[in-house]
Design a protein around this ligand. Structure first.
Ligand code: ARG
Length: 468
């Protein structure tokens, strides 16, 4: 019979059992579920809501179940619907009637809200850790490429000079914000919902703060209806994960493009690329393409969650059971992508010569040429027009700004002098951009140091937490 079978005169139809049950996926919450139950049972004993000896018996039983699940000795059943009732049923089978006291002053509604929050908190820490190793990989490569000049693009047209290091640190900033979003989400969701009961809390003299403390939550939820109805934390996580994937996807897109024969800026390591079944010459960037492709699944999870919640009346509704697979899939996908993307990135070869060649060919120093005139007193708008004319001539004659003669320059403006060639050199163009945030070597070095410090601050935090 079902745990809730008392009110019913018929067995549940088997198609309903299959449809209704979530154990196939929510078994993943077993550790959170059991730890939550242990804290709850402990509090029930301490407050005298159940006998202390009974609490001890329940806790010991739960600990044994946890170990047996870890050892693969437990089989869950769809008949028992979800992880919460599977564990409770097992407990009662093992320790007898005392097990039936565990669910005193609790509902599956606050129980599932608790388990899900605990799981998400754990996964936020895990994803953050992987993002921090990506940050370190970016800093390491950037340090090697402070002088690797390449063209920066706008509209996919060569625009202005930058370095590969400068460019990589742009991604480091995106991932820094991603980590910030995960931390914000963590802080906001760090509230214990247990004690909300089904929706209207409970008449038992529970001690929510004791449970909060035992389970390491910062606060308790302030309203019991909200405590069981809220899934904002799952939506915020899916949103943060979607943004991470958007960044990874842009990064992947460029790796794909830059590995093409047309660019050849980068080459993937053999171990991180794949071949074609028919074309013997191919070396494909499958990892980057799959990362780009899997972005869609994570966005899908976000939309799933938003849509599940949009019309739900308060408080709990069974629709909310659909939240788990969306979150599990989003978390799994992001971790899987990052865990392959990072070593793929670390092992790729940078073709400095190709980058420099591209930087030399596309008039990316045209702005610098106009700036040169401006610094000689020509108003910027006039300087812009003069250089535009020069570029136009070069395009027709197949020259570049560097190959024009002094005569060509003097023909369009008296302000040009011999120092124009030095002003146009890529080294000057990059290192002259030495305002904060710019591509000059010293500036990028500060950007790297800032990210390294940011990543280091998490390690310090970890150490502190371990001491306590
Ligand atoms: N399996 C359910 C879920 O994931 C647990 C909560 C069920 N509560 C209920 N009243 N049916 O949402």
């Amino acid at each position: 019979m079902k745990l809730w079978g008392g009110r019913f005169q018929k067995e549940t139809d088997s198609v309903v059992n299959d449809f209704n049950s979530s154990i196939q996926f929510d078994f993943r919450l077993y550790e959170e579920d059991i730890n939550g139950s242990i804290a709850h049972a402990f509090m029930l004993g301490e407050t005298g809501i159940i006998e202390k000896a009974e609490a001890v018996k329940i806790i010991e039983g739960l600990e044994r179940i946890l170990q047996d699940i870890k050892d693969g000795k437990v089989e869950f059943s769809a008949e028992n619907e979800d992880i919460h009732m599977n564990v409770e049923r097992l407990l009662t089978e093992r320790i007898g009637d005392t097990g039936k006291r565990l669910h005193t002053a609790r509902s599956r509604n606050d129980q599932v809200a608790l388990d899900f929050r605990m799981y998400i908190k754990k996964e936020i820490i895990s994803v953050t850790g992987i993002l921090l190793s990506l940050e370190k990989a970016l800093c390491k490569k950037a340090r090697q490429h402070l002088k690797t000049v390449m063209p920066g693009y706008t509209h996919m047209q060569r625009a202005q000079p930058t370095t590969y290091a400068h460019y990589l640190m742009a991604y480091a900033e995106m991932f820094r914000r991603d980590i910030g979003r995960l931390c914000d989400c963590y802080d906001r969701m760090d509230e214990l919902p247990l004690g909300s009961g089904a929706l209207s809390a409970t008449t038992y003299p529970i001690d929510r703060d004791m449970v909060r403390n035992a389970l390491g939550f910062k606060r308790i939820t302030a309203n019991s209806v909200d405590g069981v109805s809220d899934r904002d934390f799952a939506i915020e996580l899916a949103s943060a994960l979607s943004i991470i994937m958007m960044h990874l996807s842009r990064f992947s897109e460029e790796i794909i493009l830059w590995c093409s024969w047309e660019f050849k800026f980068l080459e993937l390591d053999d171990a991180f690329s794949t071949g074609s079944s028919i074309m013997p010459q191919k070396k494909n960037p499958d990892v980057a393409e799959l990362t780009r492709g899997k972005t869609g699944r994570v966005y899908g999870s976000l939309i799933t969650l938003l849509t599940i919640m949009k019309s739900l009346p308060l408080a709990y509704n069974k629709d909310m059971q659909e939240d788990k697979e969306a979150v599990f899939d989003a978390v799994d996908t992001v971790k899987q992508c990052l865990n392959v993307f990072i070593p793929m990135f670390e092992t790729l070869t940078v073709n400095k010569d190709r980058m420099r060649m591209a930087a030399s060919g596309g008039f990316i120093n045209a702005t610098d040429c106009a700036d040169y005139l401006t610094k000689k007193g020509v108003p910027f708008r006039d300087a812009y027009t003069i250089v535009g004319r020069l570029v136009n001539t070069c395009v027709r004659t197949g020259e570049t700004l560097e190959t024009l003669t002094m005569k060509d320059y003097r023909a369009v403006s008296e302000a040009f002098g011999d120092d124009i060639y030095e002003a146009l050199s890529l080294r000057t163009c990059v290192n002259g951009r030495n305002v904060p945030g710019g591509p000059a070597e010293d500036e990028v070095t500060s950007q790297i140091e800032s990210i390294e410090e940011f990543a280091g601050s998490f390690e310090k935090k970890d150490e502190k937490e371990n001491i306590h």
